[in-house]
Design a protein around this ligand. Structure first.
Ligand code: SAM
Length: 169
């Protein structure tokens, strides 16, 4: 399964840190790339810098969100606390070949609820786009502890107490 993320409503003046975390979480838990509905060179550069050093071919790019939702060839899943619980939908989602996950920042435009195939909740309490995305990817891709980035210049060697990092050029 190929999983992509659409980050909607990013506000450069207040969302840089959390949008960067959304992108890094998407990469680390197995998504192929992330789309933003606006350019933000500060976020894009820091994510590309992580990809350059830590490996993989994760992409980050700006698109027209309406065009993406109209044209995406696959299942479009909007994460919202108002949606149906993930366990109810997970088998249908796992059958899809390509999935686009939509996460908001500010209130998402009402059309998103219509344009997506599913509105899915990760619990019915308000929390965070990072938490919602992480739970979704862990449940749906299920490779959080197996994903490897063999071409990375930096690699962490898991350790009980030490910080062991292997680097190569
Ligand atoms: N105040 C915004 C609103 O009323 O839509 C929500 C902001 S919330 C911090 C940002 C994003 O986190 C939401 O757009 C949604 O994608 C995700 N999110 C937060 N809680 C969620 C939940 N319980 N289930 C699924 N997604 C959630």
């Amino acid at each position: 399964m190929e999983v992509y993320v659409l980050r909607l409503g990013h506000r450069p003046e207040r969302d840089r840190r959390i949008s960067t975390h959304v992108a890094l979480t998407a990469r680390a838990l197995g998504a192929k790339g992330i789309y933003f509905d606006r350019e933000d060179s500060s976020v894009f550069e820091s994510v590309r810098d992580v990809v350059e050093r830590w490996g993989g071919d994760f992409f980050i790019e700006a698109v027209s969100w309406k065009k993406l939702l109209r044209e995406f060839d696959g299942l479009k899943v909007h994460l919202t606390m108002y949606g149906r619980p993930l366990p109810e939908k997970i088998e249908d989602i796992k059958r899809a070949r390509r999935v686009l996950i939509v996460v908001g920042a500010e209130k998402v435009p009402p059309e998103v609820y219509e344009m997506c195939d599913m509105n899915v909740s990760i619990g019915t309490q308000p929390h965070s786009e990072v938490a919602a995305l992480a739970v979704f990817l862990d449940r749906v891709i299920g490779k959080t502890f197996e994903i490897e980035f063999p071409d990375g210049k930096i690699r962490v060697i898991p350790s009980e107490r030490e910080k062991i990092v292997e680097t190569r050029d």
